[in-house]
Design a protein around this ligand. Structure first.
Ligand code: SF4
Length: 259
């Protein structure tokens, strides 16, 4: 009975995705056909109007991205924000990020290096754009891989289950959380990180993770000030990772002092 349900469920899941693929392909073909028809029949007044509007929209889009990029460079250079252009800066950064990543890969630049650079730019943007009121509800979001692999305590359920034995950085993070009176949670992945953000509703987040998780997390939390701290991986990915505690404290102080 259970296996039958599972089969039906899997069948529906596959059907949904394949259906969406078909729909996407049909839509793309329709757009291509429409574009061809408009371009090949430029004599028609309606087509001239549509072509002009489409070109104008594309030009505006690129102008906005260009403006965002210029504002971003200016903002980082002068360590100041231009309040009216903050949204444009964030849009340019996030829209162009996948392209920058792909170009970087084609040019042979290490993916982690590009993502690390994106995190630094994002942190700088937070530093220049965050409002001047001190933040009270701060959440430190730490990854599970910081915990010593042989530790038997379930700190992902409640970080206070940590016995503070000193074998991994969780002990120091707990001390920092107590000292600055902020919340600390340990998440096993993006889904739990999002769940914690919903639950704690922080005004600002100090997120510790690898480059891959931080970049996707930063793009998921647009609008919430997040300072990213990349973890260190002396034993390889996802195993007994470390974190620069000075950077964590620096980020908390930045938010508590109001930027
Ligand atoms: S510090 Fe806490 S989490 Fe780390 S190994 Fe010790 S008890 Fe486990």
């Amino acid at each position: 009975m259970f296996s039958e349900h599972l089969k039906i469920d899997q069948h529906i899941k596959k059907r949904l995705y394949i259906g969406l693929l078909g729909l996407s392909l049909t839509t793309l073909l329709f757009i291509l056909f429409l574009a061809w028809w408009i371009v090949s029949r430029q004599g028609l007044l309606l087509n001239k109007v549509i072509l002009t509007v489409v070109v104008a929209v594309i030009i505006c889009f690129f102008l906005v991205l260009g403006l965002g990029l210029v504002a971003l460079v200016w903002s980082i250079w002068h360590a100041k924000t231009i309040p009216s252009l903050e949204n444009v800066m964030y849009t340019a950064t996030n829209v162009l990020f996948p392209f920058a990543l792909q170009f970087g890969k084609w040019l042979g630049v290490d993916e982690d290096k590009i993502k690390n650079s994106y995190i630094q730019v994002s942190n700088q943007l937070v530093k220049t754009t965050v409002k001047s009121q001190p933040k009270k509800r701060i959440l430190i979001l730490a990854p599970h891989c910081l915990q010593w692999v042989e530790c038997p305590h379930k700190i992902t359920i409640d970080v206070n289950n940590c016995r503070e034995c000193g074998k991994c950085p969780v002990e120091s993070l707990l001390k920092i959380a107590r000292q600055y009176q902020v919340n600390l949670v340990v998440a096993t992945g993006g889904t739990f990180a999002r769940k914690f953000i919903k639950e704690y509703r922080p005004e600002a987040v100090v997120a510790i993770a690898c480059e891959r998780d931080l970049t996707s997390g930063l793009q998921d939390t647009v609008g919430l000030p997040v300072m990213g701290v990349v973890n260190q991986r002396p034993e390889g990915p996802c195993c007994n990772t470390l974190v620069d505690l000075g950077k964590v404290e620096e980020a908390i102080k930045f938010f508590q002092e109001g930027g």
